[in-house]
Design a protein around this ligand. Sequence first.
Ligand SMILES: [Zn+2]
Length: 555
Amino acid sequence: MTHHYTVLFGGTVLTFDGARPTDVASRAAGDPGVPDAAGRRATALCYSHDRILAVGSDEEMLALAGPDSTVVDLRGRAILPGFVEPHAHPYWEGLVAGMALFAGRERRSALRAVPGAAEHLDPDAWLVARYDPTGWDRPEDPTRDDLDRAVPDRPVLLAHVSGHAVTANSLALAMAGVEAGAPGMAGRLLVEVDAAGEPTGVLRGPDAWDRIATAMPPPTAAEGRAALARAAARLAADGVTSVADADVGSTAGVEAEMAAWADALAEGVMPLAVALLPGLARIAPAPGDPVPGPADLAALLPEDVRARARLTHVKLKADGALTTRTAWLRDPYDDAPHAGGPVHPPPALAERIRRAAAAGWAAATHAIGDAAVSAVLDACAGAPAPPGSAHRIEHAMLLDDGLVTRLAATGVTAVVQPEFLAWAGATYRARLGEERAGRLLPFSRMLAAGIPTAFSSDRPVVPGAPLAGVRAALLHDPALSTTEALHAWTVAGATALADHDAGSLAVGQRSDLVILSGDPTAVPRDAWARGADGIRVQATVAAGRVVHGTLGGDA
Ligand SMILES: [Zn+2]
């Protein structure tokens, strides 16, 4: 009867069971066992295979153990539900893990590193890498001239770390057919030119990557599968047990990426719970194209792995990024004479969301500027999400009282990225000025207003560990508590993915859990905000399988 039970005892189990998104609401619900947004507490837990069998006291759980059980003394460590990452780019993360990133403080020394990254490549291979100018002394994007000087003899394509711009050398531009007079596309592609009308090498907008990448060989099936295996290991090391790919098809096309997911799931190298959000621009490129439904996408996966990949949302973009000045603002940037603009004119965005909803999808729409957030709320109001799921707005960064009220009223889920604020806060202040930068992501006000708010990272834009996201959120918003931040990384993420078997530790839930080196709620809030909490991920269990570390810890 007790075969293959795993009993973990002698720790702090933060179940998040019975919790509401805020401490105040959790207490107000009147359950004396639920003191805050981390829900009921226990000291021990028992699971078998992929389900939690019991949660309770050491005595109760140890009574369940038999001769074949694995019994582990937590010695005061903490168990939480596995972190849920509702917006990431695992395929891209796995690919870029092997690429150079040109970052640092000095633009000149960042560019001096470019030739070295090409040294060990095959003679005709492209140099593909990323750059992050947000910390540079001169934050201008590298131009074709910079890259021609660095690497004249092979095509070079560098992606801005946000994914919203690229830069290429002359060889890559020529192979992609980008020359003087090459057309852009309103909202989707801006080909930057110099005073003489020649392309500078910098392309902006959601189609920038594709415009150049179509000229280079796509990742092979083996590279795609290896990328997902690498991403899974990195996510598991950060305590993540559920991950959503928030733009399937954006790197190598929908078919190639779905094939990689199918392989990775079938071979067990992607052991996490997975949600796939196909890019609407990939599955229905032209406004009038028929929109394939979730069942059509599921048909791209072999039958035996279909149940392991959730297909509930499509990904759309309403605007770009603040770092690349492509986010759509109501008022102009502080450091540029324009306000960005929409990817789709608002009526076209509304029509796209309507068509997606009619095909059975909820929409997850990227919107960063206040004008874009407003347009997405208008569009979602006219197109109810299919039963069982809610529309999402990705990032929702620049808000004001009116937008907070409207977000709360529509029931749209905000999927937000606290680590962005730690990464690019100085750039945001330069783009927006102090007043508007002070209105970025008011987490505690969003929660108090009743907006379903899930934390995520958008990794690999930032490194993306959920604990780093907790630190960034607590530093940014003095009114947010540690338990509320952890709730946003667990219960709220599972709700955003409509995955009701995840996000909390209760009987019958999936055995997705993370073991932390100590109780995160015992660490003063200030220590978290200063990054001095000392809390580490020691083990991660996804559907009953140890996917990182060991249950016994490293003592
Ligand atoms: Zn993203």
